[in-house]
Design a binder for this molecule. Structure first.
Ligand code: PNS
Length: 172
């Protein structure tokens, strides 16, 4: 039985993340989505909100099939420590474009240095999601309907519950 960890900030979860999750859950016996802290980024949504959104969109609501072999957890420290505690054999990362590669390569090699028994596996999302990132979604949502711009439809990129939360966040 091979467990894989799918870590990320998920700030917020997008259809790109869900595409990678679907591919990973077909390849591994168990996939643990691990919501962590990226010290290089300032999170917009709280850890709890990110977790709640992930639970909703993987739980069989939102017209998305439930993922039976997926669990969702948070981890406070280093990813490899969490992966080791969970007895995981692999870490999943989505790779969209060449620009992702440098940082991912460094992280994968550092993680392998710290835990040689855990391999990073890179998966590519469907081409329609190769340009989708949480940060771009946050930026568009922030300006949507403001500064003379029309309200933007993000339904191709994020599940309805996430679009709702983004709207609420920027209304405040
Ligand atoms: O979605 P993101 O922001 O690309 O996810 C990055 C994340 C959270 C997976 C990464 O920053 C992480 O693993 N953070 C925990 C600390 C750690 O283990 N860093 C790796 C050092 S090389």
């Amino acid at each position: 039985m091979v467990t894989a960890i799918y870590p990320g900030s998920f700030d917020p979860v997008t259809y790109g993340h869900l595409d990678i999750l679907k591919r990973a859950s077909a390849l591994f016996d168990k996939v643990i989505i691990a919501v962590g802290t990226n010290l290089r980024k300032h999170a917009m949504f709280s850890l709890q909100t990110r977790l709640d959104m992930l639970k909703e969109v993987t739980g069989g609501t939102e017209n998305i099939d439930p993922y039976p072999n997926v669990e969702i957890k948070t981890f406070p420290g280093l990813l490899v420590d969490f992966a080791w505690e969970q007895k995981a054999g692999a870490i999943i990362r989505g790779l969209r474009a060449l620009s992702d590669f440098e940082a991912e390569f460094q992280m994968a090699l550092f993680n392998r240095h710290m835990e040689p028994g855990i391999s990073t596996v890179f998966l590519m999302p469907h081409a329609r999601y190769t340009y989708v990132s949480s940060s771009a979604i946050r930026e568009i949502a922030q300006y949507s309907g403001l500064c003379g711009s029309k309200e933007k439809d993000l339904s191709e990129f994020v599940p309805p519950i996430v679009a709702e939360r983004l709207k609420e966040y920027f209304k405040r």
